[in-house]
Design a protein. Structure first.
Ligand SMILES: Nc1ncnc2c1ncn2[C@@H]1O[C@H](COP(=O)(O)OP(=O)(O)OP(=O)(O)O)[C@@H](O)[C@H]1O
Ligand SMILES: [Mg+2]
Length: 322
């Protein structure tokens, strides 16, 4: 009997070893496969300061999975735009992880080309489940902040500042998403919000296959009066119904799409209970009146203010949004 179990032991040791070897071989093959599959782009990152994390095995695999979707912004698309510096500035590790998440969940299929670069964000053309999308990627570090951070990080009393900055950015992005949703619910012309994850906001894309729609400041409208009235009603519905004020209502933040104004950039919009909401409202109405007067109308600020506060909006109802 004793012998038998010795044999068993020997056998199972062997089997174990064989299994172990087989597993090792398979892992090596997987790694080789991943290495082979890595594009030149990823391989070139190996020695690059700041991006070397992308060459780590776990990220390589993730990157391989979404690389095709990112080919536009890697310079393979029709727009040879993204040089390495910009790439490094926009797509840091956590941003790529967020993109990965949004791609896995189907909200984004591809990221194609950059539309605009603002102070706070880059906006890209992409595609999603049901057509083109605009992808607004917020910068997670900015020059001003970086400058301050050197005086604070490293001081043990104020640890985790970078982390907290990211948290703030994420909150800001979620705020823009929620503001868009609230305005959309009241039937207002804003891009439909489609998804949000960390510092990335996905929304309806306004434009053609090759270029975004122009901003109101860049077009000469035929019927300025109609546009003025539509925008005045936008402010009135926002205030009276959605209890919100945009806060940066300038012709730079209004796009001209399908012969109509569509309002964007609502991250800073606040609710009426905000201590500065009335001040913001006056400023927004002033901006609109200035635009109207430049477009040849004769509008009066006091009258416009009165309209925004008192306009009869009994016909406006909250929508059920899918
Ligand atoms: N949904 C969209 N569809 C198409 N283009 C868009 C969309 N949203 C934004 N854009 C483009 O991106 C630009 C910047 O967008 P937005 O104003 O939201 O970002 P921002 O970072 O706040 O920019 P800025 O600092 O210049 O105000 C817009 O002027 C417009 O050209
Ligand atoms: Mg803007």
């Amino acid at each position: 009997m004793g012998r038998r179990s010795d044999w068993d032991d020997e056998l199972s040791k062997d089997t174990k070893q064989r299994r172990h070897n087989r597993k090792r071989r398979k892992m090596n093959a997987d790694e080789e496969f991943i290495d082979e599959e890595s594009s030149k782009f990823i391989r070139s990152l190996d020695n690059t300061k700041g991006s070397s994390w992308m060459a780590e095995k776990r990220y390589k695999q993730m990157f391989n999975e979404i690389e095709e979707g990112l080919s536009g912004v890697l310079g393979d698309g029709p727009f040879e735009w993204v040089d390495r510096r910009v790439f490094d500035a926009v797509f840091d590790r956590l941003t790529l992880l967020s993109l990965y998440k949004l791609m896995k969940s189907g909200i984004i299929d591809t990221l194609d080309f950059p539309i605009a670069r603002g102070k706070e964000a880059h906006v890209f053309h992409g595609t999603g489940e049901s057509g083109p999308v605009a992808v607004k990627i917020f910068h997670t570090s900015n020059a001003v902040f970086k400058n301050l951070v050197q005086y604070i990080e490293g001081d043990p009393r104020f640890g985790g500042l970078k982390r907290r900055h990211r948290d703030l950015v994420d909150i800001w992005v979620r705020k823009e998403f929620r503001n868009l949703s609230r305005l959309e619910k009241w039937g207002l012309a804003v891009p439909k919000p489609l998804g949000v994850h960390k510092n990335i906001l996905v929304m309806e894309y306004l434009g053609t296959d090759v270029a975004p729609s122009p901003r109101l400041r860049d077009v000469k409208v035929n019927d300025a009066k109609a546009v003025y009235e539509e925008l005045l009603e936008f402010l009135a519905i926002s205030w009276q119904k959605a209890n919100m004020v945009h806060g940066d209502f300038s012709p730079y933040n209004i796009m001209w799409h399908g012969d109509r104004p569509v309002v964007i950039d609502v991250g800073q919009a606040v609710v009426q209970s905000h201590p500065k909401s009335q001040e913001f409202l006056v400023r927004d109405v002033t901006r609109l009146v200035e635009w109207a007067n430049k477009a040849g109308l004769e509008t009066d600020l006091a009258e416009a203010m009165y309209d925004v506060l008192e306009m009869d909006l009994s016909h406006v109802e909250e929508k059920i949004v899918s």
